[in-house]
Design a protein around this ligand. Sequence first.
Ligand SMILES: C[S@@+](CC[C@H](N)C(=O)[O-])C[C@H]1O[C@@H](n2cnc3c(N)ncnc32)[C@H](O)[C@@H]1O
Length: 403
Amino acid sequence: MQPDVATIATKLRHQLSAHLADEGWLHSPAWRAALEAVPRHEFVPCFYREIDAPGLTTWTPVTADLLGVEEWLRQAYADNTLITQFDGQETDWTDPKPIVGAHPTSSSTLPALVVHMLEELQLDDGMTVMEIGTGTGYSTALMCHRLSPDRITSIETDPDVAVRARDALTRCGYTPRLVIGDGLAGDPDGAPYDRTIATCGVRHIPYTWVRQTRPGGLILATLRGWMRSLGLVRLTIDHDGHAEGRFIDSNPSFMIARQQDAPASLGMIPSPGDGASRSTPYGPDVLTAARYGFVAQLAMPGARFFSMPADDGTMCTYVLDGTNESFAVLTPKSGDAWNVRQGGPIALWDVLENSLDTWRKAGAPKPTEFGVTVTEASQRVWLGAPDGPSWRLPTPADTNGLA
Ligand SMILES: C[S@@+](CC[C@H](N)C(=O)[O-])C[C@H]1O[C@@H](n2cnc3c(N)ncnc32)[C@H](O)[C@@H]1O
């Protein structure tokens, strides 16, 4: 006998919403009703799960045909991110194959994060929303259920992803305004919106979003760099065209907006004799440690890093800013000390040490003690209050269009 998809899916949706409420993500009855009504499985007929395998990361497809209807549904309603596209290329959903060493470019986001963001969006009946990053269309559908499809606009940059989302939304009876294009430009035709929400990460807040969100309205987005995510920020628009607000969560990490992705090349790798050396108390751990990494990302917005052994076997960490060819190379010294060799127009490690000193003098506060101010001319992340110590976010004006 064929399993009854609708009955199983309804039960799994209720289990998922109970789980998200228990975990403290889901609070309001309106979002609970949306979560229990919208069939996530319709948006993910085929998705990919990472598997443990030696070597390059391997992804295995999940469909009803491959695993059986019940297992596919169980995974579709798990509190997991479901990857649906790699390297900007669609896969054949009728005959999907394992994928090795590819870069995820679209997904149905972790339900806990979707719900967390929707709760933090502070929607009221009758409001209008602009979403950037339609993806599978699942979060769009939740908002259609909560408000009404005619209040929702969703923008997706990838035409193939957008078409699949449109099909799924239509199957579920939702007909929001769907735009194919670069969401960084927003949607001037539908503006102004009460709320703008981005489900792809950005290096700075596109000023178009500020223009296209009503005074008193909110922008909710994840700021990130090329090293790591800074976190989820909620900005309120004022009557002077400024947007300001605090980080409300440092954990969320989204795929970066495709137009802001790091250049394929890391830039010039310095030769062993390049630059000037000195010792430093900070080693490469500060690039990855929870709160230190946040400050490192702020201090070096154009940087990326990797570690590689030198010819004599010493492990070197290269921090490279390809936007201006600056570099810092870290090697261990005796005890806790490190050697740093810096070169290029910006002494990256000096800038980082100054930022860490400022942050530590303030008591090493957590990311939610930081906030963001966006004006047409510049964007700053500040510590404590808008007139506190601050770091510029890379905008196209600052970076010759590289932001
Ligand atoms: C994490 S997925 C979105 C998840 C989606 N909201 C859902 O519930 O399924 C991020 C999406 O943002 C899209 N994206 C990336 N850059 C974009 C841009 N500049 N404008 C619009 N969409 C973009 C990607 O193609 C991808 O589909």
